[in-house]
Design a protein around this ligand. Structure first.
Ligand code: NAD
Length: 350
């Protein structure tokens, strides 16, 4: 079988921890090229993987060396790089948050439609075993009607994670567009949409910069959300949880409460209304702190969607709706109003 030729654009932490090793592990893939504006970094990575090095993404895209790319740059470049790749007839796996605005996200979706190439957004939380099991239980009716939820994703901040450290793009509005809400909150907006199988329609929020006095983006946010069918709950995203990461989600239903990634030993605990408690050991969530799950499955699913010519499990439309929750939260914080989430995808000519 002819292997899929893949390149990775942006050779920072997420590329080094997940995309590059996961492509390397995948028997259906030949990693052929990497790109970063930092010459030393890209040369080091190219040598490690035995692939070609580029310092310009445009040169990589026109090299004829790749059928697909991962976009692992700062957030401001997700849309321009993804669109350029799709226009060059190259499939795209783009990191989250998908884009810095709804218009950019729509342009990415349009470029994918026009080119007939795949666009997937790297929302890895959907593939975490406890999250998958919880969705199964919710869909089977085992938990009954869902009343409420509480989800949070917080840690001490990306300064010890990003290759650029404290002076890097994560803390600069021009490059990041948003702080913890876009970095971590968008994961949970996407997870809730996946678990509940509903869009979020209304958001109210407080979005602050509490802990990182050197940053000009938010680092601490609490939101209230309402879904299509009227389920209400809270979402918190923070870079101000100083001593331990919290990546937990609780779903409150008619017949049971689901506790996801809340208990250190059991990634899913189901507390039934009759007092029965079922504790699942499904393996740990992948975390920047502690590693966890061996692969995120994001790369594998992306590759399979190309080779089997199927819609990827997190297409651009899904990434856009999860981004729309974050955009609504930012607007609510500014206007001090409850904001309706704009879930409509405007297409050219609409
Ligand atoms: N899915 C997840 O769980 C997860 C986790 C962490 C980060 N991310 C996302 O991944 C993306 C990258 O984050 P990171 O943590 O790797 O950041 P990072 O700071 O470690 O690395 C970013 C890299 O992009 C490179 N870059 C910047 N401009 C470029 C350009 N024009 N061409 C090529 N390379 C360029 C930088 O030189 C740097 O090496 C972000 O969008 C982030 O939100 C996702």
């Amino acid at each position: 079988m002819k292997k899929l030729r893949v390149g990775v654009i942006g050779c920072g932490s997420i590329a080094q921890h997940r995309h590059l090793p996961e492509y390397k592990l995948n028997q259906k893939v030949e990693l052929t090229a990497v790109c970063d504006i930092h010459e030393d970094r890209v040369n080091e990575i190219a040598e490690k993987y035995g692939v070609a090095a580029f310092t310009s993404f445009k040169a990589l895209l026109s090299s004829g060396m790749v059928d697909a790319v991962s976009v692992c740059t700062s957030n401001d470049l997700h849309a321009p790089v993804s669109i350029a790749a799709l226009e060059a007839g190259i499939h795209v796996l783009c990191e989250k948050p998908m884009a810095t605005s709804k218009q950019e996200a729509e342009a990415m979706i349009a470029a994918a439609e026009k080119s007939g190439k795949k666009l997937m957004i790297a929302h890895n939380q959907r593939f975490v075993p406890s999250h998958q099991k919880a969705r199964q239980l919710l869909q089977s009716g085992e938990i009954g009607k869902i009343y409420s939820f509480r989800t949070t994703f917080g840690h001490g901040g990306p300064e010890n994670w990003s290759v650029e450290g404290k002076d890097g793009w994560f803390f600069q509005k021009e490059k990041a567009f948003v702080g913890a809400m876009g970095d971590l909150g968008v994961h949970k907006a996407d997870l809730l949409r996946f678990l509940l199988d509903e869009d979020v329609v209304e958001v109210g929020s407080f979005v602050e910069t509490s802990a990182k006095d050197f940053a000009n983006v938010d680092d601490n946010a609490v939101c209230i959300l309402k879904t299509e069918s009227g389920i209400i709950g809270t979402l918190a995203a923070s870079w101000a949880y100083v001593s331990r990461e919290d990546n937990s989600t609780i779903i409150y239903g008619e017949k049971a409460i689901l506790r996801l990634e809340d208990d250190p030993l059991h990634s899913l605990v189901v507390q039934y209304v009759n007092g029965e408690v079922v504790k699942y050991e499904l393996g740990r969530i992948q975390s920047n702190e502690a590693g966890g799950q061996n692969t995120s499955q994001v790369v594998e699913k992306f590759v399979d969607s190309i080779l089997l010519d199927q819609v990827p499990p997190v297409p651009g439309e899904e990434g856009m709706k999860s981004l729309a929750v974050i955009l609504a939260a930012l607007e609510s914080n500014q206007t001090k109003q409850i904001v309706r989430v704009d879930n409509q995808i405007s297409r050219i000519g609409d």
